[in-house]
Design a protein around this ligand. Structure first.
Ligand code: FES
Length: 575
């Protein structure tokens, strides 16, 4: 079916001129793919960047779901071309999927740039996939719509509802404390992941798909539909239809992302009690669009934005409950007075138009600003001589008794040392100790692995201790909880102050004052610094070398310095 709407000059048509030798070669090979000359004359070619892979448990349904996207594209008069991209399976990929987020961003951008693509559908959802895809598409700046993978169904075990990640951490501690058996543990891990889809707590996946939606990259409520729900298929079809019109309207990421869109993203991060990883990714997305964003913006907006979604790990419910309660559309409608509603979205309408008519059906799950769970968002930025460029704490997932705390440091130089010593009966630790893990940052990790929720020492677990102050330059899974101070910047591997702390030093955490300090004199810290040796680069070749040499610190979003905006990148020369 030919589009009857206004004729536009399509980017893809530059590839298909029968007047040149190259152009004729391109046409010949498109015909070889089974397409027709009519397909390439006036129809938009839509690239579907699909992160499906047999190694990715969270995206296992996306191979099928791409068929629905294609159906929608065909219905609207476009031509779908599916193009696989690297799949970042959170739990398998080592040393960290975060190390490969920028890889996916580069791959997305270059796939779109180097092929005859007029608009794109991005398919993914597992933690780093959403920001990786969007970062690439923002830099490429052709019409883009995001199809979130959707969360999996609730976990079940012996009549109990289980939440991804959160209950794994919880029951692992119970196993180590001797409160459950190995058989219990085995049954529990069998019941916690029951369907395709991403983690169904408000972890990094649901945080980032919700943020993509409020920024205007997904259809309304798309991020809340569970992966196995038939509504997810329909959403995929509608997204396929919509991208064709977006090409005709020439509606690009640069028309969608503004400072106000980014402010909306931060407000939703706070209202959801979202993952600490969200800070890093939102900074990276903003910077790709040329918008400078400091950690202080999160702090300021957090103070003005109530915490509204009663979802684990900080709350009680799961993503399936969130959807039945009305989903993100309902949450946004409930907090509409706090949002910038005039921002344009992928629907061609404003955010305010999109959420018109959405309602909250369960006020236990989704609260409103008049009756919030807490009056201010839970993500806190701490600064001080231990973190001059900031550190992050999810205060609503921390035991309030640690909001003002001084304790003696126990320092681990790396993850393996920590794993070896943490359960050693001779470890000089008590419930007031402050556990520190260093060399786990962007360069040192590498890729800031999610090691920030250090385990509670076994001997304290047996005494009933379930939370302690933990500090690192690592990240933490969005499904984790506890008093875990993360993203300390600059990181220890590049000589940040965390590298100067010694076991026995006193550490002060003060949430009301937003302070993180080591109680050691400036002179003493200077003399420790003078005795310090520079750490070696971890990789001598390959992607690891590029990563080590170019990754920015956490407070700058961990993008590569050379991927930040620096004037237009030329289109490929077409002959
Ligand atoms: Fe993929 Fe949690 S492991 S979203």
């Amino acid at each position: 079916m030919q589009r009857k709407k206004k004729f536009i000059k399509l980017r893809s048509q530059r590839w298909f001129s029968s007047d040149t030798l190259r152009g004729s070669g391109h046409i010949s090979r498109i015909l070889q793919l089974g397409l027709t000359e009519e397909d390439i004359e006036k129809k938009p070619i839509i690239g579907i960047i699909n992160t499906w892979s047999e190694i990715n448990h969270c995206h296992s349904h996306l191979k099928e779901r791409a068929k629905d996207v294609k159906k929608g594209i065909l219905q609207a008069g476009g031509v779908p071309i599916e193009m696989p991209a690297i799949s970042l399976a959170e739990v398998f990929q080592k040393p960290s999927t975060m190390m490969y987020r920028n890889f996916l961003a580069m791959e997305t951008e270059e796939l779109l740039r180097s092929y005859p693509i007029d608009g794109c559908v991005l398919m993914g959802g597992c933690d780093k996939t959403t920001p990786g895809l969007l970062m690439g598409a923002i830099s490429m700046n052709i019409p883009t719509i995001f199809v979130p993978a959707g969360a999996m169904l609730r976990g079940h075990w012996r009549g109990e509802t289980l939440g991804s990640g959160s209950d794994i951490w919880k029951y692992w501690d119970e196993l180590r404390a001797g409160n459950i058996s190995k058989r219990d543990w085995k049954e529990m891990i069998e019941g916690i992941a029951r369907s395709p889809g991403t983690c169904m707590t408000m972890g990094t996946a649901s945080t980032m798909t919700s943020i993509a939606e409020v920024m205007g990259f997904s259809l309304t409520n798309a991020s809340s539909i569970p992966a196995p729900d038939s509504g997810h298929r329909r959403m995929a079809t509608y997204s396929g239809r919509r991208i064709v019109d977006m090409v005709i309207e020439d509606l690009k990421p640069s028309d969608i992302i503004t400072e106000k869109t980014i402010a909306n993203a931060i407000k939703v991060l706070m209202a959801l009690g979202g993952s600490t990883n969200g800070l890093i990714h939102v900074i990276a997305l903003a910077r790709r669009a040329g918008i400078e964003l400091e950690l202080e913006h999160f702090e300021k907006i957090g103070l003005e934005t109530p915490y509204l979604a009663n979802l684990r790990p900080a709350g009680k419910y799961l993503m399936e409950d969130f959807y039945y309660a009305g989903g993100l559309g309902a949450l946004l409608q409930g907090m509409h007075r706090l949002l910038n509603l005039a921002e344009k979205t992928c629907t061609g309408k404003t955010l305010g138009d999109n959420i018109e008519g959405y309602k909250i059906f369960n006020h236990e799950v989704i609260k409103t600003p008049d009756n919030p769970i807490e009056p201010a968002g839970g993500l806190i930025v701490l600064k001080g001589n231990l973190a001059p460029d900031g550190a992050v704490l999810k205060a609503n997932a921390a035991d309030p008794k640690f909001h003002e705390h001084i304790g003696k440091a126990i320092v681990f130089d790396n993850y393996n040392e920590m794993a070896k010593k943490i359960d050693d009966p001779s470890l000089d630790v008590n419930p007031d100790s402050v556990l520190i893990l260093r060399n786990s940052g962007p360069v040192g990790g590498p890729g800031m692995p999610e090691w920030g929720m250090l385990p509670i020492p076994k001997k304290l677990l047996r005494q009933g201790v379930r939370d302690m102050v933990r500090i690192s330059d690592a990240r933490m899974s969005g499904t984790s909880y506890g008093t875990c101070i993360l993203h300390v910047a600059p990181e220890s591997w590049v000589g940040g102050p965390l590298s100067l702390v010694r076991s026995g030093d006193l550490i002060e955490v003060n949430v009301p004052l937003r302070k993180l300090e080591v109680k050691v004199s400036k002179d003493e810290l200077n003399s420790r610094k003078a005795a310090q040796k520079t750490k070696p680069v971890k990789f001598s070749r390959g992607y690891g070398k590029i990563f080590s040499e170019h990754v920015l610190q956490a407070n700058k979003g961990c993008d590569f310095d050379f991927l930040e905006p620096a004037g237009p990148t030329p289109e490929p020369e077409i002959h």
